[in-house]
Design a protein. Structure first.
Length: 496
């Protein structure tokens, strides 16, 4: 047992409480936001080190023994996700100092961001299916307000679509949780895994698994449940979109991985082929939607959907190699996609528009920004020696290892279309001559806050490629834990 396990929830909560005390002081809120995100990052790295050195870490809140109390669990997979959440939270807070206007900051952007991080971290930590629902709701309540913060017409339209579909997902999630409890009498995930193995007939378990798949699938934006994402993610400020793109859909994927490696392991004959079909359609529809767009943010929003397909592919293949590739790819896509959204925000801040048709010639006027775009863009397309190449290579090798040639072919084709989309942005924004009537350029403030997070994230796409071996070793250790659910069960149920 380690008391560090609860800190990723308590630290953001403490930050929110202090920010309320300094509600009228934006400078104090910014300092507190940076401070608590740095502390959160440090704690999450410590938890990853503990999980790697000493195995799965658990904490029984109030010393109530599982399965009767609230259990927090950190295995290597959840620890990796905690580190990524801390990283993106810190980068977004720094970026927001130049990208969020005073009105939105005054109405609670910084405390809302910490509330969202608390929900995200809580989702990665909880060992209880009902508390997973609670943390989802904490995360989603903060995201609802952040999505609509500012009250612009496009934001309100996007928020309505976002809220309706996510409330439907929450209702399905709660219904599935109620069914699971009625069948087994427990909500602790370790105990639930034990009880579901003994449940007959097996068709009931498969039906329950499909209900969870739909609920988490909406939150993860898989095919055909993804349409809310490109309809809403381009409407709030880029700072908010970056936070959402880096974390929210990945929490949905995390939940799918958790339940399909721990709870529903006996229905692989039905569930995993279905997941492969879903992965293929998610990849294709996402990348085709992106190819048709000329709004920078909307194009990238469709690519979120496409990249989710690769993650579902790793889960659907359900081998140690594919799960390791999925975990590595998850870290890569969080960094690369966040960097690209931030680049779109810098382009808008410097040129005054997101419309690709109204942009051009930035490779001459802003060469540093051009490089900062190329690195994550080429990584997303899967070009060596960047992180995306090694992630996609590992997924392809995992697919070939189990003779799933169709999904491998789809993933390769989608990679080519991703390269086409990134090339389209490069030509429109950076290469072609500037249109005769360029948009008026706003005055820039705090340019260091705009560029510093992009530099860090773009550099990480290179470093993830250079150190792909050590990172993949961590992902392999995480995948071995996921494929041996008894390790999780024993860590939770046999703790004193």
């Amino acid at each position: 047992m380690t008391y560090l396990t609860i800190l990723p929830i308590l630290l953001p909560l403490a930050g929110v409480i202090l920010m309320i005390l300094f509600w009228g002081n934006l400078t104090a809120q910014k300092i507190l936001a940076v401070l608590f995100c740095v502390l959160l990052m440090a704690v999450n790295i410590a938890l990853l080190i503990l999980a790697l050195m000493y195995g799965i870490q658990t904490y029984q809140v109030g010393n109530w023994a599982a399965p009767f109390g609230i259990t927090l669990v950190v295995d290597i997979f959840s620890a990796v996700m905690l580190v990524m959440a801390g990283l993106i939270g810190l980068m977004v807070i720094i970026y927001s100092m130049a990208a969020i206007d005073k009105e939105r900051a005054t109405f609670g952007f910084y405390p809302l961001t910490l509330v969202l991080l608390m929900g995200v971290c809580g989702s990665f930590l909880t060992g209880d299916i009902f508390n997973l629902y609670v943390m989802f709701e904490v995360m989603l309540m903060a995201s609802f307000v952040l999505m609509a913060l500012g009250g612009e017409r496009k934001q309100i339209e996007g928020s309505v679509k976002y809220i309706i579909l996510n409330l439907l997902a929450s209702a399905l999630f709660l219904s599935a949780t109620a069914v699971a409890y009625s069948l087994t009498g427990t909500l602790n995930m370790a105990d639930l895994a034990v009880q579901l193995r003994q449940l007959q007939p097996a068709g009931i378990v498969t039906t329950l698994a499909l209900l969870f798949m739909v609920a988490f699938g909406i939150k993860a934006a898989i095919f055909p449940l993804f349409f809310w994402l490109p309809a809403s993610y381009h409407t709030p400020p880029v700072t908010v979109t970056t936070l959402f793109s880096g974390l929210l859909t990945k929490v949905g994927v995390y939940a799918m991985v958790r339940v399909f490696t721990l709870l529903f392991t006996q229905g692989s004959g039905v569930l995993h082929p279905l997941l492969l079909w879903i992965a293929g359609f998610t990849m294709v529809t996402g990348v085709l939607g992106a190819a048709a767009q000329y709004d920078f943010r909307r194009l990238l929003s469709f690519h979120i959907v496409s990249q989710i397909g690769y993650l579902i592919m790793g889960l659907g293949l359900f081998t140690q190699a594919s799960l390791a590739a999925m975990i590595y790819f998850m870290a890569h896509v969080i960094v690369a996609k966040s960097a690209l959204f931030m680049v779109s925000g810098v382009v808008n801040a410097t040129e005054g528009t997101f419309n690709l048709k109204k942009l051009g010639n930035l490779y001459r006027s802003r060469p540093v920004l051009s490089i900062l775009f190329l690195l994550p863009a080429l990584s997303l397309a899967g070009l060596p020696p960047l992180s995306g190449f090694f992630g996609k290579l590992a997924l392809i090798q995992g697919g070939l290892g189990v003779s799933q040639y169709a999904i491998v072919a789809v993933s390769l084709a989608v990679s080519l279309l991703t390269l086409f989309s990134m090339t389209k942005i490069w030509i429109e924004v950076f290469w072609k001559p500037m249109p005769q009537t360029p948009a008026p350029k706003p005055e820039l403030k705090n340019t260091w806050a705009l560029f510093a997070p992009v530099i860090v994230l773009a550099s990480l796409t290179v470093l993830f490629g250079i150190f792909a071996g050590p990172m993949y070793n961590i992902a392999e250790q995480a995948s071995r834990q996921l494929l041996d659910p008894n390790l999780y069960i024993q860590s939770v149920l046999l703790q004193p």
